[in-house]
Design a protein around this ligand. Structure first.
Ligand code: B12
Ligand code: SF4
Length: 469
C-alpha cells in the first residue's frame, strides 16, 4: 500500500547535481583506510528530569550514525547513559556532535577540545542550525537541519578534506530516501539498559501549524513530508521480528503526526492490524471527531502528547497556535479517554497574559478532565524563533544551560516574577499530590504512566522556586 507524496509542499530550491554522488562512490572505493568518526550525544546540566533516569534512544544521532556508518567507522557515545567522551581524540578523524539548546555548552566544550587536537569537528541539531554563526566558533562545520539532505556533499568534503563552514541543503529530500535506522549503534552501548524500551520511529517531518515559539516552522517552513506507509510498517515488522513479539511499543518522533488526516488514518488502520502499541506528539485539530479517537484507541495508541499550552484564548492567539480551539479541549480529552488513550498534556506559564487566575484555571481543567500526565514548563523563547526575536530585549539571560523550559526567562506583563514562580511550583505540587494523582488516575491501567506520576510526586515534594532562577 502506498500513500503518494503528491500532497507534499516542497521548498522552491534548485536540485543538487548527481556529480557529487559519483565522486563520493569513487572516493570511497579509493580510500585505503576508512576515516573514523566519533558521534556524541552530550548530556545537559539541567537538574530537572529531562536528561536523567531512563532516556529515549536518540533517533537523531542514530540517523546520523546510519548514514555515516555506510562509508566510515563509527564510535557512538551517549553521555546521558554515563558514557564518557575521551579526552584524547587521536583515534578519530572526525568528531561530530548533536546539540539542542540545553546541551549546546557541552557540545561546544567537546568541539573546542577536538579542534585543539586538530580534528574535523561537525556540529548538527537544532541549536547549531538556529545559531550557525555562534556554533561555527566551536567547530569546523555546521550542518543546517537534517543530515540526509546534505550527506553527499558533506561526505565528499570529509573524504577530500575540504570542509565548508556551513552545509545547508538546497532542497529537502523526500522521506522515502531516508535509510532504515540502524539501532545497533545505540543498543551496543554498555549502559543501553538505561534506554526506554519504546522504539523511536518517524513517519512524518515538519509541522506547518506555525506556532511562533517553535523551531520546526523556522527550520522546515511550511514543509510537511511523510514516508510511504510501507516503509514505516516494514520498520515496525522488523522490530517485531527482532524482539520476537507482536506487542512492541513505538514512540513517534514526529513533530505532529496528524497533519495530513488521510495519511494518519491509513497509518492507524494498518497499525491496528499489526498489533503494536504507540504514542506520539499530535496537534488537536481534528481529535474532536470521535471516530479519530476511536481509531487511535483501536490502533494501540497508549498516549498522545498534546500541547494545550494555555487556557487563555488571547495567549493562544498571540503565539499563533491555530490548531487549538479552547472550546474543543474537553471534547478532545473525553473522546480520547472514552477510547482508552491517555494524555500527556503540555502547559506553559509565563506568558504576558498570564495572571494568578491562570494557574487555578489550569488546575481545575486538569483535575476535572483527569489528564493523566500533565507537564508544565516556563515559556522559553528559543533562538531562531520569531518569539525569541520579539522577547530578546526582555530576556533575563542567554545562558543556554538554562534553556530547558524550566527556567525563568522574562517577567510577564501581568505578574511579578516571584509570583509566577510561586504559583508555578504550587500548581505542580497540587497536581502531583497523592490524592490528586488518585483522582486523576483511578481506574486507569497499571502502566508506566502511574510510575511517571509517582516520580513526579517525589520530585515535586522537594521543588522550590530556587530551581527556576
Ligand atoms: C520527539 C521530541 C522529543 C522527545 C524525544 C527526544 C529525543 N530523545 O530525541 C521528548 C519528548 C523526550 C523530548 C523532550 C524534550 N524536548 Co523535544 N522534541 C522532539 C521533536 C518533536 C523531534 C525530535 C526528533 O527526534 N526528530 C527526529 C530526528 C530524526 O530528527 P532531528 O532531531 O531533527 O535530527 C536530524 C537533524 O537535526 C540532523 N542532526 C541532528 N543531530 C546531528 C548531528 C550531526 C553531527 C549532524 C551532521 C546532523 C545532525 O540530522 C538528524 C537526522 O535527520 C523536536 C522537534 C524537532 N523537529 O526537532 C522537539 C525539540 C527537539 N524538543 C524541544 C524541547 C524544548 C524539549 C524539552 C526541553 C521539553 C521538556 N520541557 O521536557 C525536552 C528536552 C529533552 C532533551 N534532553 O533534549 C525543542 C528544543 C528546542 C531547542 N532549541 O533546543 C524542540 C526543537 C521542539 C521545539 N519546541 O522547537 N523531545
Ligand atoms: S503544533 Fe507543535 S510542532 Fe507544530 S508548530 Fe506548533 S509547537 Fe511546533
Amino acid at each position: 500500500m502506498q500513500i503518494s507524496q503528491s500532497n507534499t509542499v516542497v521548498s522552491p530550491f534548485v536540485t543538487s547535481s548527481d556529480a557529487s554522488e559519483e565522486v563520493l562512490s569513487q572516493l570511497a572505493r579509493e580510500q585505503k583506510s576508512r576515516k573514523k568518526w566519533l558521534l556524541v550525544q552530550p548530556v545537559s546540566t539541567t537538574s530537572m528530569m529531562v536528561d536523567s533516569g531512563t532516556v529515549s534512544m536518540p533517533l537523531n544521532l542514530i540517523m546520523v550514525a546510519t548514514m555515516v556508518g555506510k562509508l566510515f567507522d563509527v564510535t557512538f557515545i551517549d553521555e546521558r547513559l554515563g558514557d564518557k567522551v575521551p579526552e584524547d581524540f587521536s583515534g578519530f578523524d572526525v568528531v561530530a556532535v548533536t546539540s539542542r539548546t540545553l546541551n549546546a555548552s557541552m557540545a561546544y566544550r567537546i568541539g573546542d577540545a577536538a579542534l585543539r587536537q586538530g580534528k574535523i569537528v561537525i556540529l548538527g541539531g537544532v541549536h547549531p542550525t538556529m545559531l550557525s554563526d555562534e556554533a561555527s566558533q566551536h567547530c569546523t562545520s555546521v550542518v543546517y537541519g537534517e543530515i540526509e539532505s546534505i550527506w553527499t556533499e558533506l561526505a565528499v568534503d570529509v573524504l577530500k578534506g575540504t570542509m565548508q563552514r556551513v552545509y545547508r541543503a538546497k532542497e529537502l529530500k523526500p522521506m522515502s530516501t531516508m535509510l532504515h535506522p540502524d539501532f545497533s549503534y545505540a543498543l551496543a552501548a554498555k549502559n543501553a539498559k538505561k534506554y526506554s524500551t519504546r522504539i523511536p520511529i518517524l513517519a512524518t517531518k515538519g509541522c506547518p501549524v506555525g506556532c511562533n515559539f517553535c523551531t520546526t516552522p523556522t527550520i522546515y517552513g511550511k514543509n510537511y513530508r511523510y514516508r510511504e506507509l510501507d516503509l514505516v510498517l516494514d520498520e515496525m515488522r522488523y522490530h517485531q521480528k527482532r524482539l520476537n513479539k507482536e506487542r512492541v511499543n513505538f514512540s513517534f518522533m514526529d513533530d505532529n503526526i496528524s497533519f495530513r488526516p488521510k495519511y494518519f488514518m491509513t497509518l492507524l488502520e494498518e497499525m491496528a492490524k499489526l498489533g503494536v502499541h504507540w504514542n506520539a506528539n499530535i496537534s488537536m485539530n481534528f481529535l474532536d471527531k470521535p471516530e479519530v479517537a476511536e481509531l487511535a484507541g483501536r490502533s494501540g495508541c497508549d498516549l498522545l502528547s498534546i500541547g494545550f499550552e494555555s487556557l487563555n484564548p488571547e495567549t493562544l492567539k498571540s503565539v499563533q497556535k491555530g490548531s487549538n480551539r479552547l472550546g474543543s479541549y474537553e471534547t478532545v480529552v473525553s473522546n480520547l479517554h472514552n477510547n482508552g488513550v491517555a494524555i500527556q498534556g503540555y502547559f506553559m506559564f509565563g506568558f504576558d497574559n498570564d495572571t494568578e487566575e491562570s494557574f487555578q484555571l489550569t488546575y481545575d481543567f486538569i483535575m476535572k478532565n483527569r489528564i493523566e500526565f500533565p507537564v508544565f514548563s516556563l515559556v522559553t523563547p528559543f533562538p531562531g524563533t520569531p518569539y525569541f526575536d520579539e522577547m530578546k530585549p526582555r530576556m533575563r539571560h542567554f545562558d543556554w544551560d538554562k534553556y530547558d523550559t524550566y527556567h525563568y526567562m522574562f517577567e510577564p506583563n501581568k505578574m511579578a516574577g516571584d509570583k509566577l514562580l510561586q504559583n508555578f511550583v504550587k500548581l505542580q505540587q497540587e497536581v502531583y499530590k497523592g490524592g490528586a494523582i488518585l483522582k486523576r488516575m483511578k481506574g486507569k491501567p497499571m502502566n508506566w504512566i502511574w510510575l511517571a506520576n509517582y516520580a513526579m510526586n517525589r520530585f515535586t515534594h522537594k521543588l522550590t522556586t530556587d530551581y527556576y532562577y
